[in-house]
Write a protein that binds this ligand. Structure first.
Ligand code: GDP
Length: 447
């Protein structure tokens, strides 16, 4: 499905991956290529612009991780933004706390609605959601027959009333029958038109008001590119859809619809239709698709791992400074806290620190919020104060508290902890004792 897009994106970023040094010109070049590929894939102009703006901003603001080449890091940024563009997380069907959950399938004629109703029933049956079908595509007798046949294939119940045109009443009876059949999910196949028209929307609005569905899923043909996006916007404005199922993604779709629909409507893509058969419906996973489009799994894993661990060069410098005569200042304290936080739960870190006053450290309570508070406080100090905490008399402490939006008590507490850390570092600096920073197994920095 996304092969062509994948190949083009890979080529666009190819010149950047693996490069040790990224010149501004190279980045600009890469982004320009990226822009061309996205527009060619039918991603809207506005979405493309926003996308590149975010990538560029992140690329400029990114801290270089020393273990990773800058080009690879840029690929990771593009990947992250692709995931965001696609909706970030997989959006499951929202089930009602009290069954039955009512799902309306809406969409234009030929989009694959009836087929998708069967596919969804099959999937929900596998997930023990006890599905039940309601044939409400009353203008197309063939569609009713088609759904009845699908229901037999999947072996689920199906409500149909040939000849009846009062759709809300029909669907309400369908839901009652589903209840009697002990079904927990009701999938309603509604009538489509060849194009969006006011009459269809009015019918759907009336149906929505009558049965208060938990989900309104728009089934849309992914092969139609920008049209799919336009259709999704139309349905969303009129009806407020809760999600999208993109069908025919097994064809030579350029991918733009998948890339744009969430960005344009805010409604997540929940499933992809990948063929005519009943088992060819898959949950839509933004991260997986982004990975497939970028074809850079190895690079991504590498960057992720490096981001997750500490910056060794920074850590080593800290460790050296800790045992030097001058010792650590408050700026280092902040750096150390951030490093420790990255190292994982405090207890693990403690385990790596033989000879350290564990209790003293435990009091430091390194949760994320606290690290942010410490950061605010330290950043409110002047460089001189950070280097020489002795300067911090009462009025300076008050100023810092105000500047950081914390209390004077918190500032005091931080200074106490800083002293504790200095003491701890001194003891850790004794022969045979290892710090959690630096090279080697267990992160020890031999001293
Ligand atoms: P409806 O008018 O929206 O109910 O559309 P149908 O369910 O009748 O489907 C229209 C055509 O699209 C049929 O020939 C289906 O087999 C086909 N179709 C539906 N979903 C897919 C899909 O994911 N992939 C492919 N290749 N064909 C599909």
């Amino acid at each position: 499905m996304f092969e062509e897009l994948a190949a083009k994106l890979t080529a666009a970023l190819g010149r950047l991956t693996g490069r040790g040094v990224l010149t501004e010109a190279a980045v600009k070049d890469g982004l320009r290529e990226l822009r061309r590929v996205l527009l060619e894939a039918d991603v809207s102009f506005e979405l493309t612009r926003q996308f590149l703006e975010r990538v560029e901003k992140k690329a400029v603001g990114a801290q270089l991780i020393k273990a990773v080449r800058p080009g690879d890091q840029l690929v990771k940024i593009v990947y992250d933004e692709l995931v965001v563009l696609l909706g970030e997380k997989q959006a499951p069907v929202a089930f009602a706390s009290v069954p039955p959950t009512v799902i309306l399938l809406v969409g234009l004629q030929g989009s694959g609605k009836t087929t998708t109703a069967g596919k969804l029933a099959r999937r929900l049956k596998q997930e023990q959601k006890a599905p039940f079908l309601v044939a409400a595509d009353v203008y197309r007798p063939a569609a009713v027959e088609q759904l009845v046949t699908l229901a037999q294939q999947v072996v689920v119940g199906c409500h149909s009333e040939p000849g009846v045109t009062d759709v809300p009443a029909l669907v309400r009876r369908g839901i009652l029958e589903a209840g009697r059949a002990r079904a927990r999910t009701v999938i309603v196949d509604t009538a489509g038109r060849l194009q969006i028209d006011a009459e269809m929307m009015e019918e759907l609005k009336a149906l929505k008001a009558a049965v208060r569905p938990h989900e309104i899923l728009l089934v849309v043909d992914g092969m139609t590119g920008q049209d799919a996006v336009r259709i999704a916007s139309g349905f969303h404005e009129a009806l407020g859809i809760t999600g999208v199922i993109l069908t025919k993604m097994d064809g030579d779709a350029r991918g733009g619809a998948a890339l744009s629909i969430y960005g344009v409507t805010g409604a997540p893509i929940k499933y992809l239709g990948l063929g005519e058969k009943l088992d060819q419906l898959e949950p839509f996973r933004p991260d997986r698709l982004a990975g497939r489009i970028l074809q850079k799994g190895d690079v991504l894993t590498l960057v992720e791992r490096a981001q997750a661990t500490v910056d060794h060069a920074e850590a080593e410098q800290l460790a050296r400074k800790a045992v030097s005569k001058k010792g650590l200042d408050l700026q280092d304290f902040l750096t150390a806290m951030k490093q420790m936080q990255k190292l994982g739960p405090l207890k693990t870190v403690l385990g790596m620190l033989p000879g350290v006053n564990a209790q003293a450290l435990q009091q430091a309570n390194l949760d994320e919020r606290r690290v942010r508070h410490v950061e605010a406080i330290v950043l409110s100090m002047t460089p001189r104060e950070r280097a020489d905490p002795q300067l911090l008399n009462g009025s300076r402490r008050l100023r810092i508290a105000k500047g950081s939006g914390r209390t004077v008590q918190e500032v005091n507490q931080l200074l106490v902890q800083f002293k504790q850390m200095q003491k701890m570092m001194k003891s850790a600096g004794k022969p045979g004792v290892r710090l959690p920073f630096g090279k080697g197994p267990g992160g020890g920095f031999g001293m």
